[in-house]
Structures are given as structure tokens and as C-alpha cells.
Design a protein around this ligand. Sequence first.
Ligand code: NAD
Ligand code: GLY
Length: 373
Amino acid sequence: MTAATTSLSAIKPQIVPIALDEGQRGYDILIGAGLLDQSASFEGLPKAAAALIVSNETVAPLFLQRLQTQLAKQYARVDAVLLPDGEQFKDWASLNLVFDRLLETASDRKTVLFALGGGVIGDMTGFAAAVYMRGVPFVQVPTTLLAQVDSSVGGKTAINHPLGKNMLGAFYQPARVIADLDSLDSLPQRELSAGLAEVIKYGPIADAAFLDWIELNLDAMLARDKVALAYAVKRCCEIKAWVVGQDEREQGLRAILNFGHTFGHAIETGLGYGAWLHGEAVGCGMVMASDLSVRLGLMPAEFLPRMRSLIERAGLPVLGPALGAQRYLELMRVDKKAEGGAIRFVLVEGLGKAGMHAAPDDLVAQVLASHCA
Ligand code: NAD
Ligand code: GLY
């Protein structure tokens, strides 16, 4: 296992294909530096008279003009709608702003939506595309590390409900994902760390060698070494494409991508959306889920300090907020993986392998007591 080289050839554009229905459907994930300024990134997209870019107040000043320039080459009309920035605005009111714009401009059912931003914009744009006129095409242009390694890929779209995270949504695949690594240059360090939580996730659940690589290359990623980031985005997308290709609608295997998310979603909903970043909650949730994996005898004791140390090194919190065990349990029963009120956790069953498990409430309470402030 070697640290990333600094060879620029390692960041030449890569294409990770995602194949669904045994190859009947699918799309490409483009990964590379400078993709937003290359016409080739946009060739072969769905044809239409109009495109609507959905972005937010923070991202638009950085990238909107460049995306508009590219899209104007093939769409007669290119509109943009800017949503308020933040997890707390991932709701019906913001979604309606997209529908308002589509209807005000009499957009037809061929109109292509472009999600320009992080996971919040991507999830909402995908949901809007799934619902507008019962479905219009959309393209993901993820600009955060988290969105490039996870949320832009695989077709989960959603908004939040005050009682539960991502509770309203649809499975709806994009026509393409265009992940320009240069967009990560302007990302605040806290957001980079949040994205690293989802990068770390893929190691224990699917690829033990990748976990070793992450440990070795974490400092390089924190310092925004493009070669290291390019490899991380590519490997994460490969793993996600492999999982989603087998289980698009989460009938089984896909649930492993939610390692740390049952505890994490409880933190996000319990504190109020936006108080902790999604990646921060997932990072801390992975510490808790690692401990539960150990306590249930699925993993040896050394797994917990290994995961805690990596998550801490990534700049993520490892102690959860003191919501109280009963409140955590109540929140976790609203999780999408729960069945008949019984909470089901994604736990690691051996490095590179994960599965779903129930756990007694008192054991979960012990985990929470060990990892809450
Ligand atoms: P985010 O979308 O809120 O973006 C983080 C912040 O960075 C925002 O303030 C945004 O405006 C800003 N930003 C985005 N790109 C930037 C750039 N290049 N430079 C500077 N600032 C930039 O958060 P996120 O972490 O990208 O996504 C989290 C969301 O993704 C959550 O809602 C989560 O539920 C969802 N998610 C979905 C999936 C899925 O499979 N659909 C998977 C994981 C997470
Ligand atoms: N991020 C979880 C999933 O896509 O299934």
C-alpha cells in the first residue's frame, strides 16, 4: 500500500460507468480536473430546448457562469434558480422554488435539470426532476467532496421532514455525473472533513485495502493533494457503482452504504438540521456503529480505536451530542431501515464486509453512554 504519487498523469479524466438492470440502463461518472471548462464533458447529454441549473447562493458565484457558458452551446435557453444554502432548507419550500421556475418558464418534459452544488442541491434537484411532469432528465455537477464520492451517484433523491432525515424522496437516476476536482479548491476545510467521513465509510464496509490506503493518504487529502483526491473519488465511485448496480432500490446490499448513518441521522434530526454537518454526524455515527460491531462480537476490540483515530484525524467529531439514550432510540426508530419499530444497524462483520443487525436497546444505550459528550 503506497501513498499517492504526485504525478499529474494520475488526475487525467477518468470515467466510472454505473450499470443498472444488468446493463440495460446506466450512465457515466466523469472525474477529473477542469471538467467544467471542457465541452467534451457535456457532449451527448439529453437533447432539449431548455436547461435549468439549480444551485445556491454560495455555489453560484463560483461556478454558475462557467456552467451556463457550456450549456449555452447546446440548449437554446439556459435558466438558473438559486435556493437558500443549508441543510435546514432541504425542504418543500425550496423544492417549490424549482417547480415555480419550471412552470413560470413553461418548461416542457424534455427540459434538463442540472444540479450544481453539494449533496443538498443534488438531492433536491434529483427529487424535483423525478416529480416535475412525472420525470425529466437531470445531470449531477457535484462541487463538494461528499457529493463527488457519494450523494451524486446512485439516484437517491430526497428532502427532509422535521421528524426524519431524507424521509420524502424517490429513486431517480441522473443522466450523467460530472465531478470536477478543481471545484474542491474553494471548499471550506470543515466541508472537506465532512466529505472524508463518506470516503472513510467505504473502507470498512467494502474494501479493506482501501481503508489502509485512506489511513496512509489522509494527510494528503486534508492538504488537498489532487492526486490523492482523484484516487479517492474514483475508488469511492467504483465501490458505489458496484453496490448500486446490484441493488438500486435498497432491497438488501445497498443498505451497507448507510454505515454510521442510523446514529448520524439521529444526531442531525435531534439537534436540528444544519447544526452538525451530515458528514460530521456520519463520522461520529461510524464510531458508535464500530463500537456496536465490537460489542456484538462481529469485530475484534482493536477495530474501534482504529476507526476512532482515523475519524478524529480527519477533523471530525468523535463524541456525539448528549441527547439522552431514550431520545436517540426514539429518533432511530424513524430511520428508513427500521422495520416495525425495530432499529436495524449496518455493522461491520470483518474488514471490507458489512451487514444489517438488530441490537438490544440496553447495548445501544451503553454505546451511546461511551460516545456522547
Ligand atoms: P451541502 O450540499 O450543504 O454543501 C456543503 C456546503 O458547501 C454548502 O454551504 C455549500 O453551499 C457549500 N459548497 C458547495 N460546493 C462548494 C465549493 N466548491 N466551494 C465552496 N463552498 C461550496 O452538503 P454536502 O456535504 O455536499 O451534502 C450533504 C447532503 O447530502 C445531506 O443532505 C445528505 O443527506 C445528502 N446525502 C445524500 C446521499 C445520496 O445518496 N443521495 C448520500 C450522502 C449524503
Ligand atoms: N448514501 C447511501 C446510498 O446512496 O445508498
